[in-house]
Design a protein around this ligand. Structure first.
Ligand code: ATP
Length: 231
């Protein structure tokens, strides 16, 4: 049975099968037949040396880029059309980017409301969700602050709130604590774990921090364009 048919019959919510990806017209081949699955509600750490393709794989799983070959599926639905992928991203997948990708001139509130507009969430529900998330992440007093005035830890927590605004079942996080000092990294990671556990979110997180990776349910190692399970 293929992973996709297995995914439709089990609680597998993310699936990659024989996925290849190259850049620069094939000059750099990053993924060389990646097979990967993640089960609902589990936390998975994606590790491996810099440049091994962690971000590339997360972007493909989130429908932000297309593979050269292979199959990708989210919640049992194959990602094969750009339009479908975008729809999926708005409703089912949240993404925390490596460099957080917040708009510096907009406030925390404005940044977080953007994905809710794209998803068609009504304003009252969006405000309520924002209040809930900012309370949980200790950012309530920063709602009207511009991103450029926030600390690194506050920006990462804002990026986390934004990714969770539409209540996605899956969160893809690309080194969400990568730019933070040890104490701030610990507090952001702790929050991340608490929120995904409370909301039964499936988390796939790229990280260089092996201590954090070991606290996930599974740790996956990427090597030479493929995946090797290590925990
Ligand atoms: N848009 C692109 N065009 C060309 N090459 C790219 C592009 N994106 C990534 N690459 C290359 O693909 C390889 C994998 O990059 P990727 O960002 O996926 O690695 P990573 O494991 O996430 O690295 P890091 O841990 O440093 O963030 C690198 O050699 C990178 O230079």
């Amino acid at each position: 049975m293929s992973s996709l048919s297995a995914a439709t019959q089990t609680n597998i919510v993310l699936c990659a099968e024989g996925v290849w990806k190259s850049y620069d017209d094939g000059a750099i081949t990053v993924l060389k037949g990646v097979d990967f699955t993640a089960e609902q509600g589990r936390t998975v750490a994606l590790c491996g040396p810099s440049g091994c393709g962690k971000s590339t794989l997360l972007h493909l799983l989130g429908g932000l880029d297309q593979p050269d070959r292979g199959l990708l599926a989210v919640n049992g639905k194959e990602l094969n059309r750009h339009h479908d992928s975008l729809k999926l991203l708005r409703h089912e997948v949240g993404f925390v980017f490596q460099l957080h990708n917040l708009i510096p001139d907009l406030t925390l509130e404005e940044n977080c409301l953007i994905p809710t507009v794209a998803a068609g969430l009504n304003r009252k529900a969006a405000q309520e969700r924002l209040r809930e998330l900012t309370e949980r992440t200790g950012l309530s007093h920063r709602l009207d602050h511009r991103i450029q005035k926030l600390s690194g830890g506050e920006r990462q927590r804002t990026a986390l709130c934004r990714a969770l605004m539409n209540r996605p079942g899956i969160l893809l996080a690309d080194e969400p604590t990568g730019s933070l000092d040890e104490a701030t990294s610990e507090s952001v990671f702790q929050l991340l774990l608490e929120i995904v556990a409370n909301e039964a979110v499936t988390l796939v997180m790229a990280t260089h921090d092996r201590a954090l990776a070991h606290r996930c349910d599974r740790m996956i190692e990427m090597h030479d364009g493929r995946i090797r399970e290590s925990l």
